[in-house]
Design a protein around this ligand. Structure first.
Ligand SMILES: [Zn+2]
Length: 314
């Protein structure tokens, strides 16, 4: 499943491609993958793309509000009154979701490339739509955004902006680890709800800290030099601080390296994601630790592959 860094890489890439474009048509090929009324989003323009935890939001507004926003941005002013309904398309890619943007033929002719994010498959570089395409967004310049999802756990939801804060998928999320309000004390306080849980499992609880899954929890524990099996209740303040720093480092490194998805993850510009070449422990069992050459060990914790160095992590 894409974690915070992979979704952030998609956000950064999509932002370069679709801001300002108007959604002309939405075709829903799988009703299970689409929640809400597509008519609310059709005819609206992409204003902004944001990320919360592992979710991606695309804010849409009508022409009039877009023009007002632009003139205010030009004058460095903020819009105060919300005179027109704002709509958000919220995406959760889950296990096998992909977002694939294909520019119009005209744009391809002027060498604009397709971009791809999410779960890697061979067919993501092929013709679209394909048998795993669930929703097609057609923009008024004839570019397309395809939401593909082999296993159909992922979804797109149309939400009125006023309802966002109370949406089930967002309301129980813990703090954003890369934002200012997140400190080691906040991390400690939230994790202590799970005193008897192994630390590596506890940091994947989305209500304690959001956006961390199996890859970055392994890497964060390595960065912090903490044995992933250590119970939260046994951590010292010094270890909570190290864990905090280890989480930030792992996530930032993931974003910098263009995401992590194994094998052939392709970032929004079509480059391969190389984070796993830089990972210290994840998917490196039986390989030598990059710090001390001890063989990386793999065990299962709460059913998930857990990788660590017995020498570096105590
Ligand atoms: Zn080591």
């Amino acid at each position: 499943m894409p974690e915070l860094p992979e979704v952030e890489v998609i956000r950064l890439g999509l932002t370069k491609k679709i801001i300002g474009l108007k959604i002309q048509k939405i075709q829903i090929l799988s009703p299970k993958s689409f929640i809400g009324n597509p008519n609310l989003a059709q005819g609206k323009n992409v204003l902004k793309i944001w990320r919360r935890a592992k979710l991606l939001g695309i804010d849409l507004v009508g022409e009039k509000l877009l023009a007002i926003r632009r003139s205010l941005i030009a004058k460095s002013k903020k819009l105060t009154a919300n005179s027109e309904q704002q709509i958000t398309l919220l995406f959760h890619l889950k296990m096998s979701g992909q977002l694939i943007y294909i520019p119009s033929e005209k744009r391809i002719a002027s060498s604009e490339k397709r971009f791809i994010g999410g779960h890697p498959t061979e067919d993501m570089l092929g013709t679209m739509p394909n048998p795993h395409t669930r929703v097609i967004f057609t923009f008024s310049n004839n570019s397309h955004l395809y939401f593909n999802d082999q296993r159909r756990f992922g979804w797109v939801k149309v939400i009125d902006n006023g309802q966002l804060a109370i949406d089930n998928s967002l309301k129980n999320l813990g703090p954003e680890p890369l934002e200012k309000g997140f400190t080691w004390e906040v991390l400690k306080q939230n994790l202590l709800r799970h005193k008897s849980m192994p630390v590596k499992v506890a940091i994947m609880d989305q209500s304690a800290v959001s956006g961390i899954g199996n890859i970055y929890s392994n890497e964060a524990c390595f960065n912090a030099k903490i044995d992933p099996r250590t119970k939260v209740g046994d951590l010292t303040d010094k270890q909570f601080k190290s864990l905090f720093e280890g989480i930030i480092k792992a996530l930032k490194e993931g974003i910098k390296r263009g995401g992590s998805t194994r094998a052939h993850f392709v970032d929004p510009e079509g480059h391969k994601g190389y984070f796993l070449d830089y990972a210290y422990v994840y998917w490196r069992d039986k390989h030598p630790c990059k710090m001390c050459k001890t063989e990386i060990k793999k065990i299962a914790l709460a059913g998930r592959g857990t990788y660590f160095c017995l020498h570096c992590q105590k």
